[in-house]
Design a protein around this ligand. Structure first.
Ligand code: PLP
Length: 860
């Protein structure tokens, strides 16, 4: 007999004594606070495991009697009270005074991003970008910065990954029940649920607004999956990076335009706006529309919007930048043009990348912001080069593209064993995340103690990996004997196997297969039964990325070859839970991208702060992260070969350098032990890794950089341009139009005789006559660059002198500016030897944020 089975969820009632578990389950504070997660897990460890570390789901499923027991257990209650008290203290902690002093009372930062990764229980992230955004919010909350994040609430999130018995990636999507997530519906001042309406071609699309609490930081998430919408429109926010170009533009409209409207519906007026990657750039359009409705001319409105906006670009791979066909833009924005007071042509110009067709979201973000940055020193330079056409006459190294190096949230990624060790040595370590000298205490931890922590982390990793692989291989149909054979090296004593981790998105430029260029040599390295090395691979390929999926198959096949079986292991389902285990437990963290395509990379930072040693190409953050302290380095750095030569050659050479390091340094150092079995040299390097990386590459340092270098600048510059009915913005706009028109006729020449030889520190005088071509004398400045190298690259490191504006007497008749003007520079040079100098004329206006924001300069 086949009886139907009906399901009914019976939710338990929280006893009043532990009622605040509900608050704790609804705040992502739990995602980085183990003591809070432990409050749930210990009530019923099995239920905790079945509910996949999700507190909200746990509270829906746990048995009533377990809750009742906990509410009567004095030990539990003491910990519960402690955790609540810590939570309250955390929420009340003041902003550090150095920042508080500089913030205006109404300052508020709005941060827009397409994905956020806080914890595996809120699966609205795919990888690096999302986790970075999550870490940003967490550090903002730790600091107490007035902040609101904006993103999308995906019904299915990103895919779950399985790898089948042939090494194929299988992507599956599941609907997520929002009742089981730490989110609530956002509520406006009148107590109503917030939703926003968006004009789509021929219809209105509604998006409802959810809210997540990240400690003190608030995150708004838009969702179109509501009854009022047509079926197709309900699906707009189903999948992260899913669908086609149309889905993508619709998602970005919901995020950018809907996001601004959601803020307004909640009565929020941000003073600084952050576009985190081009996906979110449509916020510029909505903010323009708001100002144009207040009767500002569009170009003036754009100055006001851009002044208060910061744009961060995250990829040097051109395919990573969204470009929409103009026809698609026409379809979605035609109806909006009258409200923007723009023609189609001027609208399209906002998204135009010089020499490229289509509407480019990076171009829109650049046009709509005055501060732009990449995410590491190397990436900042590469990005400046990539976007140099936006400032055509300015050398790339002087254009406004700068960098803020990424960092990771320490409490999220530092293993419990280490945070407890730090607690026991320096209780207040969390207040010193920006102070490198403070962290020298790590060097004084006794070697045995340090090594036992490392071994504990490895035990934990090995247990987790064995469980995962057993499950994975069982579902592939492998026998127990075969599975045992696969795990034979991992199951050695943890201190006797060297574990190398490689976990990242499978994209070809990350070169997961670089290790296998010379397989015979690798096989020889791995053949040593006494000193085994195991490589753990994990990562997802975007479902549409065929070469990425082929990489997974390639690794899978290699892992099954006799020479590599058990020594190369490929794990499915990379997510934050697996990432936390891997970065803490691996001995070596491998990163071998093709230079210079890794913008930053952050997993290596997580590994370093847990005492793993990075073995990485000097790209992204590692370009500045690799450091030596005395004789001891914090890892190994592979110098990239010059790619302008021959890619195949470079790959081979870098692959060979990688094996040379593994054979000659990594393996010998790891297996060299003292009489107690401790690898003393290795431990020394591992301590340096923590000491150098933790205080520099953490999210608190990163967010402080954003605040001091960008957010405060944006807020004050926005105020300045908006004050007095936008007087400064209007002035600046007029100036820019005039300069663009007259600049072709501007020229200058040096008119005084210079001595051939002077003494160091002696002053020299330069006189430059500029043909103003109708500009006013104060609208032009003359600059001199001094140095002894004639290559462009080195000019920047040289001394620079400039006139702020006209230096000879201005004309009395203000209506008729002079045809020419003499500019005088007095220069005292503290260099010696043969020097070169170059002179140039640049536009000058006090309301420019960057001296070359017009992209114009004339060299003499
Ligand atoms: C940190 C992290 C990433 C980013 O790592 P990269 O080094 O940038 O590749 C991706 N996915 C997860 C789950 C992470 O935790």
């Amino acid at each position: 007999m086949n009886a139907s089975i009906y399901t009914l969820e019976i939710t338990p009632r929280l006893p009043a004594r532990i009622a605040r578990l509900d608050d704790l389950a609804n705040n992502l504070y739990y995602s980085w606070t183990r003591s809070v997660r432990h409050l749930f897990s210990r009530i019923d460890p099995l239920c905790w495991r079945d509910t996949e570390d999700n507190p909200r789901l746990f509270l829906l499923r746990v048995a009533q009697e377990k809750l009742d027991e906990a509410a009567e257990n004095p030990v539990y209650l003491a910990d519960y009270d402690d955790a609540c008290r810590h939570f309250d203290e955390y929420l009340a902690r003041p902003l550090p005074t150095d920042l508080a002093e500089r913030l205006a009372p109404n300052d508020l930062v709005a941060y827009f991003c397409a994905e956020y990764g806080f914890h595996e229980s809120l699966p609205i992230y795919s990888g690096g970008l999302g986790i970075l955004a999550g870490d940003h919010c967490k550090a903002v909350s730790d600091l107490g910065l007035p902040f609101v994040g904006v993103g999308l609430m995906y019904r299915q999130g990103y895919f779950k990954q399985e790898i089948d018995a042939q090494g194929n990636q299988i992507a599956t999507y599941q609907d997520i029940d929002f009742d089981t997530l730490p989110i609530t519906k956002a509520v406006d001042a009148r107590g109503g649920h917030v939703s926003v309406a968006l004009n789509f071609p021929g219809r209105i699309v509604q998006a409802q607004v959810w809210q997540a609490q990240i400690g003190r930081a608030r995150l708004l998430l838009l969702d179109t999956d509501i009854e009022e919408n047509r079926d197709e429109d309900r699906q707009i926010t189903y999948r992260l990076y899913g669908g086609d170009r149309r889905t993508r533009i619709e998602q970005e409209i919901v995020l950018g335009i809907g996001g601004v409207r959601a803020l307004r519906a909640l009565g929020l007026s941000p003073t600084a706006w952050h576009i985190n990657e081009g996906h979110a750039a449509f916020q510029v359009i909505e903010r323009l529309r708001e100002l144009v409705r207040q009767d500002y001319p569009p170009s003036v409105a754009l100055e006001m919007v851009a002044a208060a906006t910061v744009f961060t670009t995250h990829t040097p791979v051109p395919a990573g930048h969204d470009v929409f066909a103009e026809a698609l833009i026409h379809e979605y924005f035609e109806a909006l043009l009258p409200e923007l007071n723009l023609t189609e042509e001027t609208f399209l110009a906002l998204g135009r990348q010089p020499h490229q067709a289509g509407f480019n979201m990076t171009a829109l973000a650049l046009h709509g912001s005055r501060q732009h940055n990449g995410v590491s020193a190397i990436h900042g330079r590469v990005a400046a080069e990539m976007v140099s056409a936006f400032w055509p006459e300015v050398p790339a190294e002087e254009n406004p593209m700068t960098h803020v190096t990424n960092g990771v949230h320490v409490d999220t990624f530092l293993a419990r064993e280490f945070s407890q060790l730090f607690d026991s040595l320096r209780r207040d370590w969390r207040l010193h995340l920006r102070d490198q000298s403070f962290w020298s205490f790590v060097d004084t931890i006794p070697d045995e103690r340090f090594w036992s922590v490392r071994c504990a982390l490895k035990v934990d990793l090995i247990r987790d990996v064995c469980q995962r692989l057993t499950r994975q291989l069982e579902s592939d149909g492998l026998s127990d004997i075969r599975i045992d054979r696969t795990l034979r090296y991992l199951k050695r004593r943890e201190s006797e196997v060297l574990i190398v981790g490689f976990a990242r998105r499978f994209a070809t430029y990350k070169r997961a297969n670089l290790l296998f260029r010379d397989r015979e040599r690798l096989a020889r390295l791995l053949a040593d039964e006494q000193r085994p090395i195991v490589f753990l691979f994990a990562g997802k390929a975007h479902p549409a990325d065929e070469p990425g999926k082929a990489l997974i198959r390639e690794i899978w096949q290699i892992a099954n070859e006799p020479a590599f079986h058990g020594r190369i292991l490929l794990l499915e389902g990379y997510d934050m839970a697996l990432a936390r285990k891997l970065v803490a437990g691996c001995d070596v963290w491998l990163n071998i991208p093709e230079y210079p395509l890794e913008a930053s990379g952050t997993s290596g930072q997580k590994a370093s702060m847990n005492g793993a040693l990075n073995l990485s190409v000097a790209d992204g953050w590692w370009g500045e992260g690799y450091q030596e302290q005395g004789e001891v380095a914090n890892g190994w750095s592979i110098k990239p070969y010059n790619r302008s030569f021959n890619h195949e050659y470079c790959d081979n050479e870098e692959a060979s350098d990688l094996l040379t390091l593994l054979e000659g340094e990594v393996k010998p150092m790891f297996f060299k032990r003292n009489e107690n079995g401790v690898p003393v040299d290795w431990v020394k390097h591992a301590k340096v890794a923590i000491h150098t990386v933790l205080p520099q590459f953490n999210a608190t340092r990163m967010v402080c950089d954003y605040i001091t270098r960008h957010y405060l600048v944006a807020a004050r510059h926005g105020d300045k341009l908006t004050a007095n009915g936008g007087a400064m913005a209007k002035d600046l706009d007029t100036f820019k139009r005039k300069v663009r028109e007259l600049w072709p006729g501007v020229s200058g020449r040096l008119i005084n005789e210079l001595p051939h030889r002077i003494h160091s520190h002696e002053e020299i005088h330069l006189e430059v006559e500029v043909n103003l071509n109708g500009l006013r004398p104060e609208e032009v400045a003359v600059e001199c660059l001094f140095g002894h190298d004639h290559t462009q690259d080195n000019w920047l490191t040289q001394q620079r002198f400039s006139t702020d504006s006209a230096t000879s007497a201005p004309p009395t008749d203000a209506a008729a500016p002079p045809r020419t003007q003499i500019y005088r520079l007095a220069i005292r040079i503290n260099l010696s030897g043969l020097q070169n100098f170059r002179l140039r004329v640049v536009p000058s206006h006090p309301a420019q944020l960057h001296p070359y924001e017009l992209g114009l300069m004339k060299w003499l």
